[in-house]
Design a protein around this ligand. Structure first.
Ligand code: HEM
Length: 121
């Protein structure tokens, strides 16, 4: 267990997390239906997390918009966070790992709130 301190650590975090997501019976199908090319999605997520945790420029996008139309419910976000946090806990410790946990929780709750307004039936 180590600090998240460089790009290799970010790749480990993202690769391990999406490995779990793909196998998950609730989240796997949601991603499989939307993501055609994981070789594009994963590097985008490396850049996203590097920008949040290290302030590295390189991620550009509107993450919220990408979640419209997926019909995500609270159970999806609960599972997402459970997998993300277990990935953190098995691989990392320290302040950046805690920051990643807090950022994920706060983005998840903002997404959930906004989707309840924009994505309602
Ligand atoms: C219910 C939980 C979630 C599900 C099922 C989900 C699913 C997805 C899917 C399918 C995409 C690909 C969209 C596309 O390329 O068309 C995506 C993109 C993305 N997601 Fe999520 N997501 C969830 C939660 C989160 C959370 C909590 C975060 C942030 C901590 C996040 C950050 C992102 C980012 C940054 C992208 C890339 C957006 C871009 O293309 O620039 N997601 N997500």
């Amino acid at each position: 267990m180590k600090e998240i301190e460089n790009d290799a650590d970010i790749r480990l975090l993202v690769d391990d997390f999406y490995g779990k997501v793909k196998k998950d019976e609730l989240l796997g199908p949601v991603f499989a239906a939307r993501i055609k090319n994981w070789d594009e999605h994963l590097p985008r997520m490396y850049r996203f997390w590097a920008s949040l945790l290290f302030g590295t420029p390189g991620y550009a996008g509107n993450p919220f918009e990408k979640h419209l139309g997926l019909e995500l419910k609270k159970e999806h976000f609960d599972r997402w966070l459970q997998l993300f946090e277990s990935t953190l806990d098995t691989n990392f410790k320290g302040s950046r790992a805690e920051e990643a946990r807090q950022r994920a929780r706060s983005i998840a709750s903002i997404f959930m709130y906004k989707l309840s307004r924009f994505d309602a039936p």
